[in-house]
Ligand binder design. Structure first.
Ligand SMILES: NC(=O)C1=CN([C@@H]2O[C@H](COP(=O)(O)OP(=O)(O)OC[C@H]3O[C@@H](n4cnc5c(N)ncnc54)[C@H](O)[C@@H]3O)[C@@H](O)[C@H]2O)C=CC1
Ligand SMILES: CCCCCC(=O)/C=C/C=C\C=C\C=C\[C@@H](O)[C@@H](O)CCCC(=O)O
Length: 405
């Protein structure tokens, strides 16, 4: 999904008109190559791998011939319009699936329109405020990446105010992290620890994870919040490691630790995605692709019987533009200077609202207290959190339908 969304974003008009470069993406179905040999041990977990294999066998999935996939690639090259997306499945001729993908993203973009949102979550919607919380913050231990400042620090404060037992803040910024920890400990009574951890480095993750467990013994909630937005030539790889690989690493460690079927206590993993996964910001294809990867990772992980088996709730938050340093110097964050200039212009002309961090944190608390396992939430424009799982599910149902045709 990161590949598809990267391609969609970078190819946004007037990309082809300006550059003469045609971006095409191929969604390849199961194809008879070494990639599909001995599948079960390739899953993130053997039990899940065996479940997947049983499914593949029960469905008589066809592994198409590699020659058929290559033919589709060649046809796509010969006939594909700029920014088109193709399917190669079951040895059939290539199918241009751009209309289906576009329709799904139109539905996502509609979620971002303030007028449409108001229809569904008005300020007077009492049920939003009065609904009983289903998931307790009280007594829970939190691990928050990127917790030294910005939204991460605010999540810590919000959950502490609502009864969290302990919080581990992990961040690359040591001085800021220590200062935030001291401030929170002065207010909430020594419940917070700080650990230096660069989430783009596996060795940092391993040692911080071990240190948090040595201190707290149990982690109930992980907020994978650390993220940077820099698509520039010298930083896009680091940004991908921070936004995506770090999140995967903490999620997998969290699953091993929390899973009830292997002696854990269950728990919640909150992954911070963005409205950049729902819209197509042409200047930020790497950032947007990484946030789409975060969204799709959560959806795949949480497929049945994940929650029943493990007792782990995966929540994904699509956060809209929020007034933190992440949005400073926007022009220098795009993949190239021309795109950066265009981004700054669009933010002005579209009147993009930079919502208050406090609003985003309050909405996140609501999402924690009420989010069903596997749900996806929109937190945008200072509005209450909105459960957008049905819209995401219906887009994926449309993708699946195309594969059945
Ligand atoms: N501010 C916004 O408009 C939006 C933010 N988000 C996401 O929310 C999350 C938090 O963003 P903000 O608080 O706005 O950003 P921020 O820039 O204010 O704070 C980010 C925090 O992450 C830390 N960090 C940076 N690199 C790190 C690394 N390699 N390892 C560990 N920590 C690291 C920073 O030191 C800082 O404390 C990010 O994942 C971001 O993508 C999503 C949508 C909109
Ligand atoms: C839709 C992007 C907001 C994502 C929030 C985030 O993580 C970082 C935001 C940084 C800049 C936002 C720019 C927004 C520009 C939009 O007005 C538009 O140009 C991009 C979306 C175009 C589309 O939806 O097709």
């Amino acid at each position: 999904m990161a590949v598809l969304h990267f391609s969609q974003c970078i190819a946004m008009p007037p990309f082809f008109e300006n550059t003469g470069v045609r971006v095409l993406a191929l969604c390849l179905g199961p194809t008879d190559t070494a990639l599909l040999e001995n599948l079960a041990p390739k899953a993130y977990d053997l039990k899940v791998g065996q479940f997947m294999m049983a499914f593949v066998e029960s469905q008589n999935v066809v592994y198409q011939k590699p020659e058929s996939a290559v033919k589709v690639l060649v046809d796509m090259y010969k006939t594909g319009p700029p920014a088109s997306f193709w399917l190669s499945l079951d040895n059939k001729p290539g199918q241009n699936i751009t209309p289906t993908i576009d329709r799904a993203f139109k539905d996502f973009e509609n979620l971002l329109m303030p007028s449409k949102l108001k229809l569904e979550t008005s300020e007077g919607d009492c049920t939003y405020f009065l609904k009983m919380a289903k998931w307790e913050v009280q007594g829970k231990t939190f691990l928050i990446t990127g917790g030294a400042s910005g939204l991460g620090a605010l999540y810590a404060e919000t959950f502490l105010k609502n009864g969290a037992k302990s919080v581990a803040l992990l961040d690359i910024a040591v001085e800021t992290g220590k200062a935030t920890t001291e401030r929170l400990n002065n207010t909430f009574g020594n419940k917070v620890i700080f650990l230096k951890c660069d989430v783009s480095k596996e060795e940092d993750i391993v040692s911080a994870w071990d240190a948090v467990l040595a201190q707290f013994k149990q982690i109930d909630v992980i907020i994978n919040n650390a993220g940077i937005m820099v698509d520039t030539p010298n930083m896009w790889r680091t940004a991908s490691d921070v936004n995506w690989q770090g999140l995967v690493s903490f999620s997998l460690k969290g699953i091993s630790h929390m899973r009830k079927d292997e002696g854990g206590a269950g728990g919640t993993i909150i992954n911070i995605s963005s409205t950049a996964a729902l819209g197509k910001p042409g200047a930020l294809p790497v950032y947007s692709g990484s946030k789409m990867a975060v969204l799709h990772f959560g959806q795949c992980l949480t497929m049945e019987p994940f929650y029943d088996l493990t007792g782990i709730r995966i929540l994904t938050k699509c956060l809209g533009a929020t007034d933190t340093p992440l949005l400073h110097n926007l022009d220098a964050r795009a993949y190239d200077p021309k795109a950066g200039k265009a981004l700054v212009e669009t933010v002005k002309t579209d009147g993009v609202i930079f919502q208050k961090p406090e609003s985003a944190a309050a909405a996140s608390l609501y999402m924690f207290q009420n989010g069903a396992p596997g749900s996806v939430w929109l937190v945008n424009n200072n509005n209450p959190a909105k459960d957008i799982t049905p819209v995401i599910d219906s887009a994926y149902a449309a993708f699946e339908k195309v594969m059945m045709e």
